[in-house]
Design a protein around this ligand. Sequence first.
Ligand code: PLP
Length: 547
Amino acid sequence: MSTNNGHTNGTPDIKWLEQLANQFFKTAPNDASSIPTYNIDKPASGVSPSAPDQGNVKDISHPQTSLPDPHFVDGQIPKSVAGSGGVASFDEQLQQALNSIQTFTPGSQLPYVPNFSEPAFYFLSGKQSLKDGNGLPANVRAPFDVEKVKADFPILAEKINGRNLIWLDNAATTQKPKLVIDRISYFYEHENSNIHRAAHELAARATDAYENARKKVQLFINAASPNEIVFVRGSTEAINLVAQSWGDEQLRPGDEIIVSHLEHHANIVPWQQLAAKKGLVLRVIPVDDDGQVLLDEYAKLLNAKTRLVSFTQVSNALGTVTPAKEIVSMAHAIGAKVLVDGAQAVSHLRVNVQELNCDWYVFSGHKVFGPTGIGVLFGKEALLNETQPWQGGGNMIKDVTFDKTVYQPAPGRFEAGTGNIADAVGLGAAIDYVTHIGIDLINEYEHYLLVYATNLLKQIKGLRLIGTAADKAGVLSFTLDGFKTEEVGAWLNKWGIAVRSGHHCAQPILRRFGVESTVRPSLALYNTCSDIDALVEALYKIRNKVY
Ligand code: PLP
C-alpha cells in the first residue's frame, strides 16, 4: 500500500482516503454500520471510529475531527450535530453554556454607568446612548451574561494573594476557556499523530483536525481559501516570514517600507533588519496627540519607491484602532503591498481580510483565547504561491532530488517540518468559542466596558490616560503621578489584579508621549464592571497611600 498521501496543494486530497475506504466499506460510507470501530486488522479509513457515537457526520468526503465540527460544512454558524441521547457533544455543551447569553436582560446586571458630563471621547458623547439604562445601542443584541462566560475560564477562579484573580493583562495574553483546554487534551488522548503522510487512523484524525482548524481560521477572518492560511508560531514569526521570504526576494536597495509610530517591536525590528541587509529605507507614519495615525502625513510618505506598508490594526500600547481600510487602499493606489498586524484586533473586532483587501494579515492564537506557540499568516493565495519558501525541510516539498526541489503550493510551502498540530487544533476550538458568542456582541460588550473604565479612570487625580483616540479597543494605558509604573503594577497584584506595566514592546510610541512605560490594564470578553471597580478602588488606595 502506498503511503503517499496524495496531497497536491498542502490540504488533504481526500481521494486517497475515499479509495482506502472503498476497499473496506462494502456499503455506502454514510451508513453508520459501515464505520469500523477500532480494529487492528483493518487499516485506517480516515473516518474516526468515535464519530458515529458522537452523532458526527460520517461522510468520508467531509473530513472532520472526531468532535462535531460543522463549521466548515457550509461556512454557517453551526447548529448542533450531536446525536440524540448519550453524552452531549462538544458543540451542544458549548451551546448550552452560552444559551443564556442571548437571554440576558440588559440593565439588570450591569452596574450603574456614571454620568458622562465631560465627554473626551466620541463614545462618551452620548452618541451610543449609554445613559439610557442598558449601555448598548438599540440595534445591538443584549449584552451577555458575563459571569457565565467567566465561568468558562477555569483560571479565573484562581486566588491571588487571597483574592479572586482579576485578569486585566489580555493584551499580553488571553486566558483559555475550558473547551480549548479540553480540546487539546482530547487531541493528545485520541488523535495524536504526525499529519499528512500516513495511511493509519491516527494520522487521518490528526490531519483532519489540523486542516479543519485551518478552515475555521479561514472562515473566522473571511479568507477566500484555506490555502491562504499558513500556521506559524505567532504574529512575530508571521512578520519575520514575510520579511525574510517576500521582502528578501522582492525588495531592492532604495526601496521604502512604511510602518506607523504605533507599531509593536515585532512590526519594526524585522523591517529594520531587512533594511540594514538590503539598503532599504524605513519611514514612519506619525500620530496625533490622541494616538491616531495622521492620514495626511501618511499620504505624503507614499511615493513610487514605497514597496510595502506594514501597520497594526489595533495598537497594543494605546488601544488605537487605525483606519485600516483607508491605509490599505492608499498603499495599493501606488502599487505597494500591505501587511496588517492583527495581533490585538482579532479578539475585539470582526476581521474580514477580503474587505480589508490587505496582502497579508497576521495574528497570534494566544491573544484570542487559543494556545501559545500557534499563530496565523494570511496571504493572498497567488502572492503566497509566487513567493519563495522561507524555511526548507519536510512537508513543504512536492519532490526532492539532489539536483533540485519542487515546492508545494501554499500553505504547505511555508510549513516546513512538524508544526504545532495540537495547538492549531486548540486555536480552532478558540475560534469556535468566539464564533458561538459572536464577535460583534463581544465588540459591543467590550466597548461598554471601555467606556465604563475610561470614565472612572479619568476621574482619578494624577492619572494620565495615554491613548485617547476616538476609535479604541481593549486597552487603557496610563501613568500615575508620583508612582513608578512597576510600583503600581506590584500594588495591584497585591489585590489580585493582573496588569502589565512597562514598555509593552512598543517603545517608540510611548516615547512619542514622553514616557518610557505605562500601566496597561487591557480588557477581554470575560472582564466585568466589577473588575473595573476593583481596579479603580485599588488605584485610589495607591494614590492615597492606603495600602
Ligand atoms: N503585534 C502586536 C500589535 C502585538 O501586540 C504583539 C504582542 O503583544 C505582537 C505583534 C507579537 O505577538 P506574538 O508575541 O504573539 O508573536
